[in-house]
Design a protein around this ligand. Structure first.
Ligand SMILES: Cc1ncc(COP(=O)(O)O)c(C=O)c1O
Length: 411
């Protein structure tokens, strides 16, 4: 209904045949839609009602009967998250670990990769700060080297350059699928093909992509993939997951072990568990885990393909509209672009824009140079405004966002 009105108003309208999402229902089931214009889905998306109910319900159960007892009673709901995530990513439940965020997921995989002097790690220009810091950390300790593959003309990782850099010393390819600071979608599957042909371990940071587009680990060909709950999956904060391909789990010794990841089998012995839960730890946020399972099921119910079509169409409408505003420069690069829209304005600093939008109840965020130093330095950027849309955002919101921004920029 709201969509038809937008089309009728002639402002921002998306192709009707691409839009199979029932927007009215999506918004009705998202209480936050009533109070804010939320274009910070790449920060933390608004949770839908079923996720809120699941999390709050479990906390209430814990309060009523006790935390351990609640976990036992909700065992099926807790375990559901593994099946839901397996369906989401096209993998098996024993290839999944649930942890507290994407960074911890990524770290558990990265620090488990055996690396020594002379070994080479290949990464990309848009790499996230935490990952790059870990590369430097391990490189300093072990004598391994980290090398950055240049971009191609479109601004995505050059798959050709990657292929040319391979040799026997390359032990890991680790790239970010969608960076924190732009709408770029790196060609993860083409990179996976190169990694497979060379027999090199491939770790994909899919923190910003999971939940906004279909992701299949076999299609991509990654050995490890990290994701977070709160962003495009619309799950609770403090949740994340790690996928590790069954055939490589045994080769990867987690950097930390506890009595959940391993068993103390004899006084001087322990055995690391054979599945991906070796990357977990014992104590966990049960309400969060249940909520993440519900969030993934909720996304699967909408369908990742319809979600992706609507997210990319809305983002592209937003880019087109932003480009008409005087002084505004859309900063997204790459052959394929997603729901993250990054821009700068000629006269106002990104932080001033963010604050002014907040006065109008509009959420965006600012991404700064230290989060993606290689990319930002190369493009001569210190900070950008990041407006990230989700399928529950409306065409009217895109229009309202742009008219509000235009009035801010005129002031
Ligand atoms: C590309 C990328 N990787 C990893 C992370 C870290 O995710 P988390 O905060 O869940 O640890 C972020 C967060 O913004 C990100 O943008």
């Amino acid at each position: 209904m709201q969509r038809r009105n937008a089309a009728a108003s002639g402002s921002v309208a998306l192709k009707e045949d691409l839009m199979t999402i029932d927007l009215a229902r999506a918004r009705r089931e998202t209480p936050g839609c009533a109070s804010v214009l939320h274009f910070n889905n790449a920060g933390a998306a608004l949770m839908p009602q079923p996720v809120i109910d699941a999390v709050v319900g479990h906390l209430q159960l814990e309060a009523r009967i006790g935390g351990y007892e609640a976990a036992a009673q909700a065992h099926a709901a807790v375990e559901r998250v593994y099946d839901a995530a397996a369906a989401l990513l096209g993998c098996q439940r024993d290839e999944l670990a649930m942890v507290e965020n994407a960074t911890r997921a990524w770290d558990m995989a990265f620090y488990a990769v055996p690396l020594g002097r002379g070994d080479r790690i290949l990464t990309a220009m848009a790499e996230y700060a935490s990952n790059y810091i870990a590369f430097l950390h391990v490189a300093h300790k072990t004598g391994a080297t980290v090398e950055v593959i240049p971009n191609d003309a479109s601004g995505q990782i050059s798959v050709e350059a990657l292929r040319q850099r391979l040799d026997k010393r390359v032990k890991l390819i680790a790239i970010t699928h969608v960076p924190t600071n732009s709408g770029l979608v790196n060609p993860a599957a083409a990179v996976g093909e190169v990694a497979r042909q060379a027999g090199v371990l491939y770790l994909l940071d899919a923190c910003q992509s999971v939940g906004q587009m279909p992701i299949n680990v076999n299609h991509i060909g990654c050995d490890m993939l990290s994701a977070t709950g709160r962003k495009y999956l619309r799950g609770p904060r403090g949740t994340g997951l790690l996928y590790v391909r069954r055939s490589v789990i045994g080769r990867l010794e987690p950097p930390f072990l506890d009595l959940h990841a391993a068993e103390w089998t004899a006084r001087h012995q322990f055995a690391i568990r054979p599945d991906a839960r070796r990357f977990e730890n014992w104590e966990t946020n049960y309400a969060g885990k249940i909520g993440l399972g519900v969030a993934i099921d909720y996304a699967l119910e909408w369908g990742l393909e319809p979600i992706w079509q609507r997210v990319s169409a809305l983002a592209s409408a937003l880019r087109t509209r932003l480009e008409t505003l005087p002084g505004v420069r859309v900063r997204d690069v790459g052959a394929e672009r997603c729901g993250i829209v990054s821009f700068t304005a000629a006269r106002q600093e990104p932080t001033a824009i963010q604050q002014a939008l907040a006065q109008h109840n509009i959420n965006v965020t600012v991404s700064r140079l230290p989060s993606t130093r290689l990319d930002m330095e190369t493009r001569g950027l210190r900070s950008i405004v990041r407006a990230s849309v989700h399928y529950y955002n409306s065409e009217e919101e895109v229009e309202h966002f742009c008219t509000t921004l235009a009035s801010i920029l005129r002031a």
